[in-house]
Design a binder for this molecule. Structure first.
Ligand code: ADP
Ligand code: MG
Length: 469
């Protein structure tokens, strides 16, 4: 197809122009009537646009018909030496959008389907692909005590981007707790409510790389201008700016411009601003202008709700006791929780095994073997209460009813045996008792198990349940 286009073009312009402007073009692919071509530089693209777009258009529509589209790829070497194209999409038919080219991201799928960001400098009225992952919505972000403030601040920002005192909004928290997800949710929500606004998600690392490339290519101004025209800038993992002074400086410049113009900035970081070492003071003080909200490790109920939601989204069912077991056992972060769920589902379908607590335990022993996992006190309390068919609240209440005291003592005893928790913290979690009470409980259980047959059975049953032996 491209060969035919070239033949047609050749016949319509001077040979020298043809050699200069058309031979260097590389056809990339033709798919769904969209022809992708690669041009050596942005300047080259602009020249084509100014001087030969009509010719190109007629050449292409002759070959592919009126609804054909043309996509330019402009290749720019980055420091790793591989191509880092930015693509300019030009609808080539009926409408007259040539003066108003659409800019789109290269379709190179990175982390969880998020495409790589890119820069297209110097174009009027550009449409920037937001780089948002459509799966990371507010709807999919389960609310819990652990994230309530950050979530509702994010939601408030999405209602009035740039118009709240949460500017910047800084979301911080440990690995796998949902920072990236929440940041995307805000972006998606804003795009939904304000389609005309330019939203851009970019990781701080990518930003740094783009900046380095821009310096190398002498396009720092284009780089800065590109970022300054964004309405909502979502910068993920700003802690990675630590120690990178030049990048911090350029970000400071961009930040100030955006902030002064009432544009919204959303930042995420793996720690609170006060703990961000290697960050310039003036940048840190900007971070504190708005609101910092943290994400905590989700509590048990939230972990269960998250599992339910993932299962629901995938249309998969799982026995409630297995869900609870997973939620009890994996209390580090949501990413691991998700990982465990996925590998459990994979295990069961690969080996055609029923999903049971037993299978989940085997899987977790393999899956989480590198992180020090231990049975949690929560889990012990739950198993003990299930066993005696009583609510957990009672176990934690100050009541002195015999059966309840007994269950409480058993929970303390197993917490001492099966976890590394101190007597004091076991006491604290079993209804605000002190360490002496826990010690007493352990002795009582030992004594009773020797003298009372029925009680001994309880202990053995519970031990089996807890250790799954
Ligand atoms: P972070 O950026 O803090 O390291 P992510 O945003 O990448 O964490 O979250 C890790 C995974 O956990 C993602 O798949 C995300 O969808 C999921 N996740 C985190 N928090 C929640 C939540 N509250 N509800 C649902 N899924 C969550
Ligand atoms: Mg992240």
């Amino acid at each position: 197809v491209w060969g035919n286009c070239l033949d047609y073009i050749k016949d319509n312009i001077p040979t020298q122009s043809f050699k200069t402007w058309f031979l260097p073009i590389k056809p990339l692919k033709l798919k769904d009537n969209v022809l992708s071509i690669q041009v050596p530089s942005k300047f080259f693209y602009e020249w084509l646009e100014e001087n030969y777009i009509k010719l190109l258009k007629s050449a292409i529509t002759r070959e592919l018909g009126e609804d054909a589209k043309l996509v330019y790829s402009i290749v720019m070497e980055n420091t790793y030496g591989n191509a880092n194209p930015y693509t300019v999409k030009i609808p080539s038919s009926n409408r007259a959008p040539i003066k108003n080219p659409k800019v789109s991201m290269p379709v190179d799928i990175g982390d969880k389907g998020v495409k790589n960001p890119f820069i297209i400098p110097g174009l009027r009225k550009v449409h920037v692909e937001s780089q948002l992952n459509p799966n990371y919505t507010f709807d999919n972000f389960v609310e819990g005590d652990c994230n309530r403030l950050a979530r509702s601040a994010g939601y408030a920002v999405s209602n009035k981007p740039g118009g709240t005192s949460f500017n910047p909004l800084l979301i911080y928290g440990g690995n796998g707790l949902g920072k990236t997800h929440l940041a995307h949710s805000i972006g998606i929500e804003i795009k939904d409510k304000y389609p005309e606004k330019t939203v851009l998600y970019v990781s701080a690392e990518k930003f740094t790389q783009q900046f380095i490339d821009a310096i190398r290519n002498n396009t720092k101004n284009d780089f800065v201008h590109f970022y300054q025209m964004i309405d909502i800038l979502i910068m993920d993992d700003v802690h990675s700016f630590a120690g990178k002074e030049k990048t911090q400086d350029v970000f400071f410049e961009i930040f100030n411009h955006l902030h002064q113009h009432g544009k919204q900035v959303i930042l995420t970081s793996d720690r609170a601003p006060v703990d961000l070492q290697g960050m310039e003071q003036r940048l840190l003080s900007r971070f504190k202008w708005g609101l910092s909200a943290d994400l905590q490790v989700p509590d048990l109920e939230t972990r269960i709700a998250i599992l339910h939601q993932k299962l629901y989204n995938d249309g998969v069912e799982m026995p409630a006791d297995v869900i609870e077991y997973l939620a009890y056992s994996i209390n580090s972060n949501v990413r691991e929780l998700e990982g465990a769920l996925i590998s459990l589902l994979a295990q069961s379908s690969l080996n055609k095994k029923k999903i049971t607590v037993e299978l989940a335990k085997q899987m977790i022993d393999k899956f989480v073997k590198n992180t020090t996992r231990e049975i949690s006190i929560d889990y012990i309390q739950k198993v003990v209460c299930d066993y005696f068919d009583m609510p957990i609240d009672l176990l934690k209440s100050p009541t002195r009813k015999r059966e309840i005291v007994q269950a409480r003592q058993l929970a303390m005893y197993f917490s001492k045996q099966l976890t590394k928790a101190s007597l004091a913290s076991i006491g604290a979690q079993c209804g605000n008792k002190d360490h002496a009470t826990v010690l007493h409980a352990c002795r009582t259980v030992n004594n009773l198990a020797e003298t009372d047959k029925r009680f001994k059975n309880y202990v053995e049953d519970l031990r089996k349940k807890l250790t799954l032996q």
